[in-house]
Design a protein around this ligand. Structure first.
Ligand code: SPV
Ligand code: MG
Length: 327
């Protein structure tokens, strides 16, 4: 069959191509040597900044999305609210989006619903953590309660059974070190989750030293790759983590934190100086904003497709329209 005779894909077929390609792209990245680096984001603009900077993937961060709504990262937002942000980011960038899905929004049945929705939205990977629902951000002291290993294995098996394609990456996030357990607990849970079908495990930690994570990587014997989140142990480089055995390095919230600092400084200066002159060379020009929001493509499409029939151009507005017009 010649190329011009190929059947045109239906919208459903097109969607499934889009679906499999994001997850397949992530799997391709994971197969390459060296670290895969992801940056946290909470909207498509942030995702685009991560992509333009050269990150391999975007982390749809529960902390960032919650903070961007002025809410705690504690399962306050619903699955649909978090999904709509992740989906918008996936539509806005070419790199894969890895979705932080907290504790899976409930039990194994909630996880199955979640996987179906995230997979259909073109998300490359979903990450669920072995904490009780409702969870609270890992860096908040106090309530960090793990579910029994067996219960979480059920959630992982449910996630794998619910996906329709073979590419979606299911990440099992280990919170044992965060919750005050030792390396043995983290390791035995990690192995159980890998045996239950996880495609990757994420070892989370909240200390200032990378040592517990490096120890975990040294002992890890399963074939599944390991993800790390060097937020508090930030002195270690991605290459060092990769050499120690980590595959995915997630910079989970640095975009948000950089933005808060920059915006606060700019706002302070405007109020202090009574004008914006002092910050003009420190803020992004509008031309960059237009570029980031795709005005180039918009104008090009407008030229090509927004057609005005000749007779419409000659139409003179009626008196009512002229009267109501904004002057
Ligand atoms: C997030 O970004 O929401 C995470 C990573 O889960 S962390 O906040 O470091 O726990
Ligand atoms: Mg989170």
């Amino acid at each position: 069959m010649s190329a011009d005779r190929l059947p045109v894909p239906t919208p459903v077929q097109r969607e499934s191509v889009l679906r499999s390609s994001a997850a397949a792209k992530l799997r391709e990245l994971l197969d390459r040597p060296g670290p895969v680096r992801a940056a946290g984001a909470h909207n498509p603009l942030g995702a685009r900044l991560a992509e333009r900077a050269g990150f391999d993937a975007v982390w749809s961060s529960g902390l960032e999305i919650s903070a961007s709504q002025g809410l705690p990262d504690a399962d306050i937002l619903t699955m649909s609210e978090l999904l709509s942000v992740a989906q918008a980011m996936a539509a806005g960038v070419g790199v894969p989006v890895i979705a932080d899905c907290d504790a899976g929004y409930g039990n194994a049945n909630n996880v199955m619903h979640m996987v179906r929705r995230y997979e259909a939205a073109g998300i490359a990977a979903v990450c669920i953590e072995d904490k009780c629902f409702p969870k609270v951000n890992s860096f908040i002291p106090g309530r960090q309660e793990l579910v029994p290993t067996e219960e979480f294995c059920g959630k992982i098996a449910a996630a794998k059974s619910a996906q329709s394609g073979s590419d979606l990456v299911v990440i099992a996030r280990l919170e044992a070190l965060v919750a005050g357990w030792d390396l043995d607990e983290a390791m035995s849970r990690g192995e159980a989750y890998a045996e239950a079908g996880a495609d990757m495990v994420l070892i989370h930690a909240k200390g200032s030293s990378p040592q517990p994570v490096l120890d975990f990587l040294k002992l890890w014997r399963m074939p599944q790759p390991v993800a790390v989140v060097p937020t508090t142990y930030h002195t270690v480089t991605a290459d060092e983590l990769s050499e120690a055995g980590a595959k995915l390095v997630i910079y989970a919230n640095h975009g948000l934190r950089a933005a808060i600092t920059a915006v606060s400084a700019a706002f302070d200066t405007i109020l202090r100086e009574g004008r914006t002159t002092g910050i003009e060379d420190r803020i992004t020009p509008l031309s960059t904003v237009f570029d980031l929001q795709g005005m180039g493509r918009f104008l090009e499409a407008e030229k090509r497709f927004v057609r005005r029939p000749a007779q419409v151009e000659g139409v003179v507005p009626g008196p009512a329209q002229v009267e109501g017009a904004v002057r």
